[in-house]
Design a protein around this ligand. Structure first.
Ligand SMILES: N[C@@H](CCC(=O)NCCCC(=O)O)C(=O)O
Length: 268
């Protein structure tokens, strides 16, 4: 049996009437069916109660990227500039879900918005428009860029800390830890790192690009870039999903029926 991997959804308007739909990009479904080797389960942004109950049945949690932004009330930040997309249904689902997953040791991989959520869920804060900040780079990619290879192509290097979890995960691969090229599709980024967030990679302007969680009971990695766009041609991206899948399989094997019961009680 493949491990069950929960994929966080957004709520997005759909069709001529703008009907709210729960949605996650097909890239995440395909990466779970592909290198992760799991069974994807789309987690509706239906609030804490639903997601906690679902969590007790999951073997891994994939927190997806999205154009929307974590509402600043969750980190005591200033209001967003007008027109900045938010998704409070997603926030109210994922933030408690992340805390519950970390507490239960459910393997967790957080990508872009998901990485920002991870930081906020654990008590950190976000910068809202990095490109407007003195001495910082523009990490955004125009959303109207229709050429996929350009929109998701490598945009800047990141430096990976020696001995970090990420460096260990990539051991044996041929790469330069001082300059790993990554894509970049975000405006926001980690400002104050949460107490348990352990930064492991940085952009040239100091933006935190990857982090693990201190004393995590299981695999827990967040990346500000999008490995799901190029795992078919990029070994470093692929390795992230391979390891996440291994962690989920181990978690599933360790989980006895009693453990499943313990997790569901912990989720209450
Ligand atoms: N909204 C946040 C998070 C950015 C993010 O997750 N982007 C994903 C975009 C996916 C795509 O366009 O393909 C921010 O702007 O920082």
């Amino acid at each position: 049996m493949r491990p069950l991997i929960g994929i966080s959804c957004c709520v997005k308007p759909f069709g001529p009437s703008g009907m709210p739909n729960h949605a996650a990009s097909d890239h995440y479904v395909r990466v779970v069916l592909g290198p992760v080797g799991g069974m994807p389960v789309l987690l509706p942004a239906a609030g804490e109660e639903v997601s906690r109950e679902l969590l007790s049945r999951l073997d891994g949690l994939l927190l997806t990227g999205s154009r929307s932004n974590v509402c600043p009330v969750y980190y005591d930040g200033p209001n967003h500039a007008e027109g900045t997309p938010e998704d409070q249904a997603r926030d109210s689902t994922t933030l408690p879900l992340i805390r519950a997953a970390v507490a239960a040791g459910v393997p967790l991989l957080a990508i872009c918005r998901g990485f920002q959520e991870l930081n906020v869920a654990l008590g950190g804060s976000l910068d809202q428009r990095i490109q407007d900040m003195e001495g910082r780079m523009d990490h955004s990619t125009p959303s109207d860029q229709t050429i996929a290879r350009v929109r998701t192509g490598k945009a800047h290097p990141v430096r990976v800390a020696a001995g970090s979890g990420l460096a260990q995960l990539w051991s044996g691969l041929d790469y330069d830890p001082a300059a790993v090229p990554v894509n970049s599709l975000h405006n926001q980024g980690v400002a104050r790192a949460a107490p348990r967030l352990r930064p492991e990679a940085w952009a040239p302007d100091g933006t935190i690009e990857a982090a693990s969680i201190d004393a995590a009971a299981g695999f827990a990695l967040g990346v500000q870039w999008h490995p799901e766009y190029d795992w078919e041609r990029d070994d470093l991206s692929r390795r992230i999903f391979d390891r996440f899948g291994e962690a989920a399989r181990e978690f599933a094997q360790r989980r006895s029926p009693e453990e499943t019961m313990r997790l569901s009680v912990a989720a209450e």
